[in-house]
Design a protein around this ligand. Structure first.
Ligand code: HAM
Length: 419
């Protein structure tokens, strides 16, 4: 039997991959406007980084990591998300020593051993940003605005922004007790996952699709925030309003990673089966210290690119297509063929995308190839033209034909062809 790709992975073939390139280029453009700089970290890290960073009791670390021993008996994991690795790089490279806030972005594959379904893969891709070194609520709002603007600029409609404050660890400890008291009488009725969450992380019960009803009337975290948390959260909202970013406050929103403090947020859009979260993030003030660094606050987001493409397709949004082939070059006769090989290279050196036949096919088949490649021009060189130092150029959109000098084409193809 032939070998197939692992479950939950995708091949991105020509035709599809251009959409990815478009998303990536839009992400880079946006990061330039917001002044975030690219960082590239390894796709695998020491397992301990994720255990310490993402949280030992999260589903991600407990159940979903691709973990293995390398030949040196070190426990290694494929990164399930981008934040922990970027924090490690920030600490290891002492970026905290820089005078300005470090504003970083990344685009790349992440790995989670999850049950694949529409919008859920085992290898997926995130566009993420992380900003270190500021507790200013303006930067929480900036990050939320960046994600929202990204969706808008690529043409995604009906994206909603939900925000919450998950407080500080101290606030959460007191709130957890309240939640446990609330859920204690119905503990036996909770789903299996939530029964184990009851002790370890009762906030996640609020987020459970199965136990949603049992959580009705549960204590609201926003009423348990201390003054500093409330002030921060109010300021984030004020900044969002100032930028005209629509949002709703959802006090039941709990993220699946343990590192959040203060602001947590998610972007939602319907249209991928049961899944409606297309991105999320938040502030993580203790994480840098936990990873072993000079403690610095941070805030960031991660947007799933597969989910964005699924919603775009569902909404019928076409992403702009890249330019098609510039010139398809046809040589008729032995001498002309040799000359076209040279000319082809010279066109390419000038940045004109150019192609030819490599299978010795008749002119008719070559013209068909030019059509399939949507060539803007077909240039045909016969021995007669060659003798005169000329070549026939046909503009495919209009059918118009003209004769141009080969030497001119070799020197200034773009001007001659595209005017
Ligand atoms: P997350 O909510 O776990 O956050 O993931 C962010 C986004 O990645 C999700 O909203 C979703 O679009 C996408 N995603 C997650 N898992 C899958 C999957 N199995 N298949 C397809 N897409 C998926 C984080 O990862 C945090 N690191 C975000 C962050 C950055 N917070 C602060 N900074």
């Amino acid at each position: 039997m032939s070998i197939q790709k692992p479950k939950g992975t995708q091949d991105l073939l020509p035709g599809e991959v251009e959409k990815w390139q478009y998303l990536e280029s839009q992400a880079r453009k946006l990061c330039r406007s917001f002044n975030y700089k690219e960082v590239r970290t390894p796709v695998f890290e020491h397992t301990e980084l994720f255990a310490r960073g993402v949280g030992e009791t999260t589903d991600i670390v407990e159940k979903e990591m691709y973990t293995f021993l390398d030949k040196g008996d070190r426990s290694i994991s494929l990164r399930p998300e981008g934040t922990a690795g970027v924090v490690r790089a920030y600490v290891e490279n002492k970026l905290y020593g820089e005078p300005d806030v470090s504003k970083l972005y990344y685009i790349g594959p992440m790995f989670r051993y999850e049950q694949p379904q529409a919008g859920r893969y085992r290898q997926f891709h995130q566009f993420g940003v992380e900003a270190f070194g500021s507790v200013d609520p303006a930067i929480d709002a900036e990050v939320i605005a960046l994600g929202y603007t990204f969706y808008k600029e690529i043409g995604l409609r009906n994206v909603s922004v939900e925000i919450n404050s998950v407080g500080t660890p101290e606030v959460r400890a007191a709130y957890k007790e309240q939640l446990q008291q609330f859920f204690a009488p119905v503990r036996e009725q909770l789903c299996k996952d939530c029964q184990s969450r009851f002790e370890r992380n009762p906030m996640r019960i609020l987020d459970c699709k199965i136990d949603h009803k049992l959580g009705e009337g549960a204590p609201n975290i926003l009423q348990h925030l201390d003054e500093a948390c409330s002030t921060h959260f109010a300021a984030v909202q004020e900044h969002l309003q100032g930028m005209g970013i629509p949002f709703t406050v959802n006090p039941r929103m709990v993220r699946g990673l343990d590192y959040y403090t203060h602001t947590a947020f998610e972007y939602k859009s319907a249209g991928i089966g049961a899944i409606d979260t297309i991105g999320g993030g938040g502030r993580y003030n203790g994480l840098v210290g936990q990873i072993g660094g000079n403690d610095q606050p941070g805030v960031g987001l991660g947007l799933g690119l597969e989910r964005i493409l699924l919603v775009l397709a569902n909404q019928g949004v076409e992403v702009p297509k890249p330019d098609t082939l510039g010139v398809y070059l046809i040589g008729l006769g032995e001498a002309a063929e040799k000359e076209t090989a040279k000319l082809l290279y010279k066109l390419r050196l000038q940045g004109v995308s150019a192609e030819r036949d490599y299978q010795g096919r008749k002119i008719k088949a070559q013209m068909k190839s030019a059509d399939r490649m949507q060539a803007q021009f077909v240039a045909i060189l016969g021995d007669d033209e060659l003798a005169k130092g000329e070549i026939a150029v046909k503009t495919m959109a209009t059918g118009e034909q003209r004769t141009v000098r080969i030497a001119d084409l070799e020197e200034r193809a773009a001007t001659i062809l595209f005017g």
